[in-house]
Design a protein around this ligand. Structure first.
Ligand SMILES: Cc1cc2nc3c(=O)[nH]c(=O)nc-3n(C[C@H](O)[C@H](O)[C@H](O)COP(=O)(O)OP(=O)(O)OC[C@H]3O[C@@H](n4cnc5c(N)ncnc54)[C@H](O)[C@@H]3O)c2cc1C
Length: 816
């Protein structure tokens, strides 16, 4: 054992970059000083040492912006707290737009940032030139300034965090590689090093671009891949003012900031390429990759047009370093499935310096409090699908993440690379019917159907896209006749065994101790009453239940359930998603259609809403469940994969005369929004309770034995909630909202939209969003009155608000 290396610690943090050091520092600040940091080489020697140092708040999601806000607080106080300088200064950032589309994107981004309380100011091109005089602005449509953004020195900041942690008692060991993770009973119990084991209650994987390799050792799937990433530093530029705002010029794929007496010009350019995808060399330390001017030159030339002073500036440094990127461009922060007390914070997509201090602080709070201090479902390592750590997949998909980083981020934008991996048994059939596919975690899913003669591509815009009318027709068919969806990508868990009922009763807020053939809509709560999962549970027989979850939540739902199986429980949880096709047949004519194919009695009396049973269909058998996500009469058919095409053909052939249409996920979203059905990860997640989310109807308060989260929920019920999920429609039928738009009540910001879609029956945008009241226990009537506005692209649009959905508020249509 290395001298001084303890045999045990409360937490072992693996990785001495900014993220690992921040985690250790913040654990120590929480009083968790029995912490060991292991660094295979020297602190900062991974990717941190060469970070450009930008701190920009315009991040893609509410949660990731919250992380940067937390980072900014830390940047503001760290030097004072530790006595070590960080080079932090607030210079602001200017984002530039050179087209109407880019300008709309920037305005939408500014509104989203305001939903976090981040200052964002719209500027004319001339206004931008005033803040950054050398800038060429002749071709600009506008700019947005984030005055509170900043920059700092990554190495200094990390050393300040490390020294600060040590001052509080944390032990840091450099040149000490973690070679393994020990585990017992599904829990991480320590870390192996060449010099022996360090036992631990918690293990944190903060190994940056090594995150995937180090994760594999513990059986954790952490998809990320290092790509080559560039900046250029110029010689001194005479007369260049110091302290200029950072420029982010997405149209030029570049950012610019003062660097000494010159400028740093960094790039997020198309044509990126992976580095060492088969394994990072063991001796990698302060790695610098070879220059590639052939690749970078054209982008630099382009940037000279934006900033003509670059033309005469000599180049002092042409830097290329590896940085890890992920398949969806979002980092991994949280727990991995199947291994308790193992946390990961890696894959930072070149925002690890600006996110690292906040991410480490969040992780420290999470470990210390046993719950995350903020909701980050988008960064949850349990969102990952198994194929995502495949090397070839990563090489293709992750380069696209970087290539797209500075492109316009369109609503409904689809990835092009590494497609076609996971297909429904009906894939060819729905494709033949005109399906235009989108992708979710490898699944190809019919988003909309192109009628004959219509091109099967997306033409993106922030307004109505080319599929708008086709999707509207699908929507109408479901409301007025009958529609068929292929939702085979949905997650299906078979929970079976002697104690299946008791485990599920404990986990579900609703009562699942029902007769076989009943289906129960329920949430799974954490002990604070927050919603960890939103599922339906079908009781198949005494010892068998089927849990339906989303394609992106199946892994975390399974993990949640398995974590709540006690040592004496006799239960198994099996993911049977791929074995069953799922075909919702929805709409007022669905009964007539399906009745023509089955001897089972589908009348309301014989087959009421909320029931499920195996029925004959044509010459086969399927499980038919009367439930809806669209607000209409209908049955979800669960079909053995080998029978799927046969059943599909039977339904389509019987449905043609009844006006059956194929309907895709865009129509599904429009339909569900009108009826106000919540979507986990958007409208509900771990820090929203059923009382806040309007889901108390699904809480069985008094069922025997209670359920996880009941006590917290009871306390909240007693006290009264302070925020409620509300339904909105925008008065202007031409304005489209998507998510994160700020909500104003009587001119005051009271929340932001969690999701939105155009409602084709209501003829306007429909949305959901939480509204926060002045105090807990505020009467529901307060929420419903008042003049509401939603800020879309920096413009306030009058809106209607209600506590019930605008379409079929009593939910009678699905129950007829
Ligand atoms: C050119 C360039 C410019 C950038 N500019 C910015 C910017 O302006 N703003 C920004 O926010 N981000 C920027 N970044 C990204 C930023 O540098 C990274 O996201 C950040 O440093 C990641 O920090 P980390 O702690 O996750 O990883 P790292 O700094 O790589 O730390 C991980 C550490 O883990 C150690 N390790 C790995 N495996 C083991 C093991 N088995 N045992 C012990 N130790 C292990 C490694 O040696 C490494 O030191 C830039 C990146 C590049 C390449």
């Amino acid at each position: 054992m290395r001298q001084g290396m303890p045999a045990r610690a409360q937490v072992v943090v693996v990785g001495g970059g900014i993220v690992g050091c921040s985690t250790a520092y913040h654990l120590a600040k929480r009083g968790w000083t029995d912490v060991v940091v292991l660094e295979r080489k020297r602190l900062t020697s991974g990717t941190t040492w060469h970070a450009a140092g930008l701190i920009t708040q315009a991040r893609p999601t509410f949660g990731t912006r919250e992380i940067v806000k937390r980072s900014l607080e830390i940047f503001g106080s760290l030097a004072r707290e530790t006595g070590f300088s960080t080079g932090f200064e607030r210079t602001g950032t200017l984002h530039l737009a050179d087209s109407d589309e880019r300008w709309e994107e920037l305005r939408r981004q500014a509104s989203a940032a305001r939903s976090n309380g981040i200052r964002a100011e719209l500027l004319s091109p001339e206004g931008a030139a005033e803040l950054f005089p050398p800038l060429h602005v002749g071709d600009l449509a506008g700019a947005v300034s984030y005055p509170d953004d900043g920059r700092g020195n990554a190495t200094d900041t990390t050393m300040a965090l490390a020294r600060g942690a040590q001052q509080l008692g944390v032990q840091i060991f450099e040149n000490t590689k973690a070679t393994g993770v020990t585990r017992r009973d599904g829990r991480a119990t320590g870390v192996n090093t060449p010099e022996g084991e360090v036992e631990a209650e918690y293990v944190v994987n903060a190994t940056g671009m090594w995150g995937r390799e180090f994760g594999t050792i513990a059986g954790a799937k952490i998809p990320l891949q290092a790509l080559a990433h560039y900046y250029v530093i110029t010689d001194a530029i005479p007369g260049l003012p110091p302290g200029l705002p950072t420029i982010k010029s997405a149209p030029d794929y570049a950012y610019v900031k003062n660097e000494g007496a010159g400028l740093m010009v960094g790039f997020f350019e198309p044509g990126s390429y992976p580095w060492s995808s088969r394994g990072i060399p063991d001796d990698a330390e302060f790695t610098q990759l070879p220059e590639d001017w052939d690749h970078l030159g054209p982008f630099y030339e382009k940037m000279i047009k934006r900033l003509p002073i670059l033309a005469d500036a000599g180049i002092r440094l042409h830097f290329c370093g590896p940085e890890s990127f992920t398949p969806d461009g979002l980092y991994h922060l949280g727990q991995v499935p199947g291994l308790r007390n193992y946390f990961v914070a890696a894959g930072f997509n070149s925002v690890g310096f600006l996110s690292g201090p906040g991410a480490g602080a969040v992780l420290a709070d999470w470990i210390a409090d046993g719950r995350p201090p903020l909701d980050l479902p988008e960064a949850d390592p349990r969102r990952v699908a198994p194929h995502e750590t495949n090397r070839r997949y990563l090489e293709q998909r992750v380069t696209e993440s970087l290539d797209l980083a500075y492109e316009i981020h369109w609503p409904f934008q689809q990835r092009a690379r590494a497609r076609g991996l996971r297909r429904s048994p009906l894939h060819e059939r729905v494709e033949a019917a005109g399906a235009v596919f989108g992708e979710l975690l490898g699944w190809e899913r019919a988003n909309w159907y192109a009628p004959p003669g219509v091109r099967r591509t997306y033409q993106y815009s922030f307004g109505r896209q080319n599929w708008f009318e086709h999707s509207a027709a699908e929507h109408r068919a479901v409301r007025e006749a009958v529609g068929l969806f292929d939702t085979s990508s949905f997650g299906k868990l078979l929970v079976q065994g002697r104690d299946a009922e008791s485990v599920l009763q404990r986990t579900c807020a609703n009562n699942v101790a029902v007769e076989p053939g009943r289906i129960v809509y329920t949430q799974w709560l954490n002990e604070f009453g927050g919603i960890e999962a939103d599922v339906t549970v079908t009781r198949i027989d005494e010892r068998q239940f089927l849990v339906l979850s989303g394609p992106a939540t199946i892994s975390r739902d399974r993990d949640w359930l398995e974590r709540h199986i006690g040592p004496g429980d006799f239960v198994t949880v099996t993911d049977i998603s791929g074995t069953l096709a799922m075909v919702p047949v929805m709409g007022p004519r669905s009964r007539r259609l399906l009745q023509s194919l089955t001897d089972a009695d589908l009348s309301p009396e014989a087959f009421p809403f909320g029931t499920s049973r195996e029925i004959d269909l044509g010459c086969g058998f399927v499980r038919a469940t009367r439930i809806t996500y669209v607000g209409e009469l209908g049955w979800e058919l669960l079909i053995p994969a080998d029978l799927a095409i046969y059943v599909y053909e039977a339904v389509v052939s019987a449905g043609t005369a009844l006006g059956l249409r194929h309907a895709g996920y865009h129509a599904l979203d429009s339909l569900r929004m009108e009826r106000g059905y919540r979507s986990w990860g958007h409208d509900i997640s771990g820090s929203d309770t059923p009382l806040e989310a309007g889901l108390s109807f699904a809480v069985a308060w008094d069922k025997p034995g209670g359920f996880i989260g009941r006590e917290a929920l009871l306390r909240q019920r007693e006290q009264g909630v302070r925020r409620r999920l509300m339904h909105f429609t925008l008065d202007d039928p031409d304005t489209l909202a998507y998510h994160d738009e700020p909500i104003y009540r009587d001119g005051e910001q009271v929340g932001h939209l969690s999701s939105a879609a155009y409602g084709h029956t209501l003829g306007r945008t429909v949305a959901l969003g939480y509204v926060t009241a002045p105090a807990p226990g505020t009467e529901p009537s307060w929420y419903a009155v008042g003049g509401y506005e939603i800020e879309v692209a920096a413009q306030r649009i009058p809106a209607q608000a209600a506590l019930r959905p605008f379409y079929d508020p009593k939910g009678t249509r699905a129950r007829c």
